[in-house]
Design a protein around this ligand. Sequence first.
Ligand SMILES: Nc1ncnc2c1ncn2[C@@H]1O[C@H](COP(=O)(O)OP(=O)(O)O)[C@@H](O)[C@H]1O
Ligand SMILES: [Mg+2]
Length: 258
Amino acid sequence: MNILEGKKIRKVFSREGFLGEQLGCVEALKGVDFRVSAGEILGIVGESGSGKSTLARIICSLEKPTSGSLIWSEKIFTEKKRKLHPAQMVFQNPYGSLNPKLTVGYMLREAISAGALKPLKSIKEEELRDVLADVGLEEISLFSYPHQFSGGQKQRLGIARALALKPRLLVCDEPVSALDISVQAQILELICRINSEKKLSVIFIAHDIEVVSMISSSILVMKDGRAVEYGKAEDIINRPSAAYTKKLIEAVPVNPYL
Ligand SMILES: Nc1ncnc2c1ncn2[C@@H]1O[C@H](COP(=O)(O)OP(=O)(O)O)[C@@H](O)[C@H]1O
Ligand SMILES: [Mg+2]
């Protein structure tokens, strides 16, 4: 079952100069089709500027497509109490995406309250602990501030906040690109665990096809605003058909001593 289908998604940005004069247009997405099935991890890979973040923002309604349509499964739309968007975003930069003035406890309380449609004050500490346990941060102080955490911990907090908003689809836009290699693996593992334990569909975006292949069940390869290849991860990695996908796979470094 699909939870979301995107049809011919196009996005044109008009560029304005310093004085508001038109400097032409950028067609960031040139008619992209994709599907996300229930419980799957869809990987989106492509070089910088290929339109990945624009697509992610459109899926989360942070941006409107110029044309094309997003079709959510009817079941999601008929959930009576759903007021929040079904797709929530985890951003690349965990430093910039958390409000530095809010304690961890307050930030999560706000998100849980919005996700559960309950007043802020009625959220119990236990509920905060549950969300923190989901991302492996059960021990931290609720009175701490984002700057007191490492990059990996901040990214876990970003994931916790998105989960607290009860999404049906978690959209992770390069969630490991700003992290050290050892921490990257832990965050990938966490996203896999959340996907399988909560049966939550995930879109996982990266510029590195090796990272995407480790975690995805299907893969969408993007180049210059187009989907150049789309299919099961296994087929795309073992039998890529587009020249660009082959190039991405060949670019993965191999240790000559092994
Ligand atoms: N708000 C914007 N205004 C103008 N151009 C934009 C805007 N956002 C993205 N773009 C352009 O759209 C193209 C795709 O960008 P983006 O979606 O960020 O790609 P990616 O995430 O794959 O690096 C780029 O050429 C970028 O410069
Ligand atoms: Mg991007």
